[in-house]
Design a protein around this ligand. Structure first.
Ligand code: GLA
Length: 746
């Protein structure tokens, strides 16, 4: 048992997760255990466990056993990735920090201390007295951990921070990695691999989170799935350059880490100046669903909370693109209101000379050419129709052909005298320059003052390449730009507390927990094709609860992939997020409009479940069938979907299984009919006799027929049977979805 002078050992436990921290002997804190809940330990047991976790030193290694702290360093003999890299112009590059205070929830602690959710703060000084390190480790109520570090320079010489990352040890049995890749139109695509000796490093140098972001870097026991295996994951909550890594050193220690990625000289600290890392989140779970649920619980605890009652949205982008015409857009608003839409968002093209993507970006003034009397007629009509009004901005970007770029070419981010290569005909406005920041802020606030704007879609459509500050010799400016972006969001929101903001970046390239401290929705992808969206939504929920994912029903033929899909598949896919419509309703058939009205009504009736329940994704025997759903917190209700993404012939689909229910309760499982029976349906016997149409199903002739709204009674089963045994799946054509309503009956 440590005495006061020897520091502290802490055990924090919440929602089935424990972390045991060793902060004894003035050493930086090391995570002794992070994972499944520990029993309530005595001080002696905790001390013994710390001792029992010390590895044996290897042959021809340093004489100290490896002890990677949250910020490992060479002074302890660690030859893996250091947590801190930096120097006073080449000197003081290897630090030796000594912890001086450890406090829990604001109270200094020594000895063995236990707590539920809580905030641990550790303050340390390097032995030369030149640097102070303040580490924060927080156990959140849902069992999610997060940590960040603040480094302060205490002397007159400038300290350059090259890298400051935090890492968490994971046990040796976590040998399989899962993180994400992707590109524009296909974001958050999972990739698996093996954790081997060395570093699996995901570096992002795009100045935005990225369509290919690692998102969450997981390591788990081999073959882990949504409902099985032990899984540990880290997420760097940062929207600029950043990194995630998994490292296995030659002595066998394994770590997951993350941090901002700093460009050369980007953070130089003068006396008393500090650098703070982003939050690094760490989630442990028995299976990926549990890992995800801890993130969801945290996001759902945010103030202000996004509620399940959020309005069904129509975004005009795929309906009109740049073709802004007042009457047409008012007509679209009327059609939207008639099918049940509750929020109308005017996208790109309303400002300056922006008639296509080559000009006008950055001039946030309503274009008199297309809106001669301003946006008033449209905004007023939208509100008259009972809908909210939303407006698109891309505040960090300019076209070189714009008033702002012509007036202030020095505001464009560049590392040299010539500008970076263009992307979508645009350059990046340096919000790190106070005058540029003020210019954008004023233009946005002027519009918010003039119009009743309930919602902003905040876009960001290019990578930051050679993003330097022209006014400072081209010094890198991504760190500053990211902070300025957060600060602008924060200022606008504090002045307009009811305003909601969507984070969009060429679709889903800015989805992270940093941006979600300031925004209320993400645009998952520019690709609305439901076939691809099934995968993207499935994996975007690894971090975000469904109510944060913009999920639209588009026209029958996908503008991105050219594939044609039935409304039932488009809608049956989209309802598992924050529902919207992105479709020129003037060109939709009456049958489609009726169908759409029905789906929106269904969604409104069920959104308190769809947007507030626990997400469950099934590991199925068929890679062609994706089964997922949401279960209410009290486990009395659920909605599940089984989507066939490829042909189920010649083999029948595997049994439908459902997790997350009360194993001891009985549930009625009813196929949901929302206007159209899935094409190619061959129902299993347990569905019972169809009731509405009163006729037997012609198995292969239902595609496209209007009168096929058939209700099946379904059947009741114990929750344990549904999760362990399963029930026969129907046959359906590819790109069809069957929805089930699951209701507890006892
Ligand atoms: C990006 C967005 C789209 C749309 C266009 C407008 O690509 O992802 O949804 O807003 O910009 O230019």
């Amino acid at each position: 048992m440590p005495t006061d002078s020897q520091g502290a050992i802490l055990q924090l436990t919440a929602a089935g997760v424990s972390v045991l921290i060793d902060a004894t002997d003035g050493q930086l804190p090391a995570v002794v255990h992070w994972g499944a809940e520990l029993p309530a330990l005595t001080a002696e047991q905790a001390q013994a466990l710390v001792g029992a976790s010390v590895p044996v030193t290897g042959s021809n290694t340093v004489d100290l056993p490896p002890r990677p702290s949250l910020l490992p360093g060479q002074h302890g003999g660690w030859t893996g990735r250091p947590g801190l890299r930096g120097s006073f112009d080449g000197v003081g590059w290897s630090t030796k920090f000594r912890t001086d205070t450890v406090s829990l929830n604001g109270t200094p602690v020594t000895g063995f201390t236990t707590s539920g959710a809580g905030l641990l703060e550790i303050s340390a000084l390097d032995d030369a007295g030149r640097l102070r390190l303040d580490l924060t480790l927080e156990m959140l109520p849902g069992g999610l951990l997060r940590s960040r570090a603040e480094l302060t320079n205490l002397c007159d010489k400038t300290y350059t921070v090259d890298d400051l990352a935090l890492s968490f040890p994971i046990p040796a049995e976590a040998t399989e990695l899962l993180d994400f890749a992707g590109n524009h139109n296909y974001e958050r695509i999972p990739q698996r691999g093996t954790l081997r000796t060395g570093t699996h490093l995901r570096e992002n140098r795009k100045g935005r989170t990225g369509a290919d972001s690692a998102y969450i870097l997981h390591a788990g026991t081999p073959g882990f799935g949504f409902g099985s295996g032990d899984v540990w994951g880290v997420h760097t909550a940062w929207s600029g350059n950043h990194q995630h890594y998994a490292e296995r050193v030659f002595t066998g220690e394994q770590l997951l880490g993350g941090g901002e990625l700093l460009l050369p000289g980007e953070v130089r600290l003068g006396r008393d100046e500090s650098y703070t890392t982003p939050w690094i989140y760490a989630s442990y779970g028995a299976g990926l669903d549990e890992v995800a649920r801890r993130f969801h619980t945290h996001v759902r605890s945010r103030t202000p909370r996004v509620t399940a009652e959020r309005p069904v949205t129509l975004n005009v982008w795929e309906a009109v693109y740049f073709d802004h015409e007042e009457n047409k857009l008012i007509d679209l608003a009327e059609r939207a209101a008639a099918v049940g839409v509750e929020r109308y968002v005017l996208d790109d093209g309303w400002f300056g000379s922006r008639r296509d993507d080559t000009s006008g970006l950055g001039d946030w003034v309503v274009s008199p050419d297309v809106w001669p009397t301003g946006l008033h007629p449209l905004v007023d009509r939208v509100h008259e129709l009972g809908m909210q009004f939303g407006l698109w901005f891309e505040p960090e970007m300019v076209n070189p052909d714009s008033d702002v770029a012509r007036a202030h070419p020095e505001w464009i981010m560049a590392a040299r005298t010539d500008w970076p290569v263009e992307s979508r005909h645009q350059q990046v406005l340096n919000l790190g320059i106070p005058e540029a920041y003020e210019h954008v802020r004023k233009q946005i606030l002027a519009l918010l003052a003039e119009y009743r704007i309930d919602y902003i879609k905040w876009d960001h459509n290019r990578d930051l390449i050679e993003a330097g500050n022209q006014l400072d010799g081209g010094r890198p400016g991504v760190h500053q730009q990211t902070l300025a972006f957060y600060s602008l969001l924060g200022e606008i929101r504090s002045l307009h507390p009811g305003l909601e903001i969507e984070s969009c970046s060429s679709g889903g390239a800015r989805v992270d927990l940093g941006v979600l401290e300031h925004t209320d929705r993400v645009w998952v992808s520019d690709n609305i094709d439901p076939h691809d969206r099934q995968t993207m939504l499935r994996w975007t929920t690894q971090l975000l609860p469904p109510e944060y994912m913009g999920s639209h029903i588009a026209s029958g033929r996908s503008h991105t992939t050219g594939r044609q899909h039935d409304l039932a598949f488009r809608a049956g896919t989209a309802i598992f997020g924050h529902l919207g419509v992105e479709w020129d309703l003037a060109h939709a058939s009456e049958e489609d409009l009726d169908g759409l009205r029905g789906w929106i009504a269904f969604y409104k009736q069920e959104r308190s479940l769809l947007l507030d329940g626990d997400v469950v994704r099934m590991d199925g025997p068929d890679s062609n069938v994706m089964v997922h759903g949401v279960v209410s917190k009290d486990r009395s209700r659920a909605i599940f979907a089984a989507a066939a993404l490829d042909s189920l012939y010649p083999d029948p689909a595997g049994r439908l299984k459902i997790r997350g229910l009360d194993p001891h309760a009985t549930y009625l499982v009813e196929p949901v009919s929302t206007g159209a029976t899935p094409s190619g349906l061959q129902p299993p016997a347990w569905w019972g006799q169809p009731t509405a149409a009163g006729q037997a199903i012609e198995c292969t002739s239902l595609r496209g027929t209007a009168q096929n709204d058939v209700n099946f009674p379904g059947a009741s089963f114990p929750g344990s049977v549904l999760s362990n045994v399963g029930v026969t799946s129907p046959r359906i054509h590819p790109d069809q979805v069957v929805l089930y309503r699951v209701t507890r009956t006892n």
